[in-house]
Design a protein around this ligand. Structure first.
Ligand code: GDP
Length: 323
């Protein structure tokens, strides 16, 4: 790709989609189509076909589809699954029909079996049962991954797939109901500090471990892969970030927010996967590395939360509710 390549980021309003748009802007890409209000409703097959026929992108990043944290997955499995199935099917089909040769699909680390070798290797996909709290969403993401492989095999397309580590960052979903652990804890701990609470409940035991990666670093890896990778027969793990327990994450967030109270663990809430870390040697050996230290990424995420909270139009509104 060069700065004149016509690029479409499907899902420009998602965490990683928005980070991809920032990265493209930083690199001076001048032909980014379908951003903001110009993005069609990706659940509408006809609108997506018309959009591709009119804009003829040369490269597509498929970062679309609703996602959410553990609570959202438990309460809205059908909505999450359907949204992802519709969106990815519409985009991949329309991209192919419009002659798009290069596409990168963002899958999810939820798609790995619940009990699998750690760090997780792409060879372990499809070898065992999924984590029940996110089975519906994860199955949709697996379908998208295989769809890209099938189009690549049948039509000679280069529809690459990657599996990012747990993403967090700027303009994350900071709603306690929808957000993943980092943005949700920023919102809840900030509120606890404002209210002068003496403690906050952290869901679960605090023992599960997650590998976290700043969304802007994931976007950087996506651009790197499109330029440096050609094998569409298997996904590439995008990791190399920090592997921390939820208790450690909660402590780090407490420091950034300056919440003086106690952290208590509410074991009536689910833990989800015991451990999620990615084996990312393939990507690292191609020469990519994450750039943003965890502490910096956390403080940029908190700044984003504060900016959003202080925006007059958002004084009483939740941020980017997921479903
Ligand atoms: P997961 O990685 O798909 O399991 O999704 P999450 O990021 O939502 O949750 C990761 C872990 O953080 C789980 O063990 C949650 O129980 C735990 N956790 C602790 N407090 C919170 C919270 O306020 N919100 C969320 N979403 N998870 C929390």
């Amino acid at each position: 790709m060069d700065a004149n390549t016509r690029v479409f980021v499907a899902g420009g309003d998602t965490l990683i989609g928005a980070a991809l748009l920032r990265q493209l802007d930083n690199r001076g890409f001048t032909n980014v189509v379908g951003r903001g209000e110009d993005e069609p409703d990706l659940r509408d097959a006809h609108a997506v076909e018309t959009f591709f026929a009119e804009t003829r992108p040369e490269c597509v990043f498929l970062a679309a589809g609703r996602s959410g944290g553990i609570k959202c997955n438990q309460e809205h499995p059908a909505q999450l699954m359907l949204d992802n199935l519709l969106v990815q099917t519409n985009v991949v089909k329309a991209a192919h029909e419009a002659g798009v040769q290069d596409l990168l699909y963002l899958a999810s680390s939820c798609s790995y079996p619940k009990h699998t070798e750690q760090p997780m290797r792409v060879e372990s996909l499809f070898t065992d049962k999924l984590e029940p709290t996110n089975e519906a969403y994860a199955t949709a993401k697996l379908a998208g991954l295989v769809l890209c492989q099938a189009y690549s095999r049948e039509y000679g397309r280069r529809y690459l797939q990657c599996i990012p580590a747990n993403a967090f960052g700027i303009e994350d979903d900071f709603t306690p109901e929808g957000g993943h652990v980092i943005p949700a804890l920023f919102a809840r701990m900030h509120a606890a500090k404002e209210e002068g609470a003496d403690h906050i409940d952290i869901w679960g035991t605090g023992k599960p471990r997650r590998e976290f990666l700043f969304a802007d670093d994931i976007a950087d890896a996506c651009l790197f892969l499109v330029d440096n990778h050609s094998d569409a027969t298997a996904p590439v793990n995008v990791g190399g970030g920090d592997d921390l327990s939820i208790a450690e994450v909660a402590e780090a967030i407490k420091m950034v927010v300056g919440f003086p109270g106690e952290l208590r663990f509410d074991t009536s809430k689910p833990d989800g996967m015991p451990l999620k870390a990615l084996e990312s040697s393939q990507l690292l050996s191609l020469g990519w590395q994450p750039r943003t230290p965890f502490a910096v990424a956390l403080s940029e995420t908190y700044d984003s939360f504060l900016r959003h909270q202080n925006a007059p139009e958002n004084q009483n509104a939740p941020q980017r509710a997921v479903v």
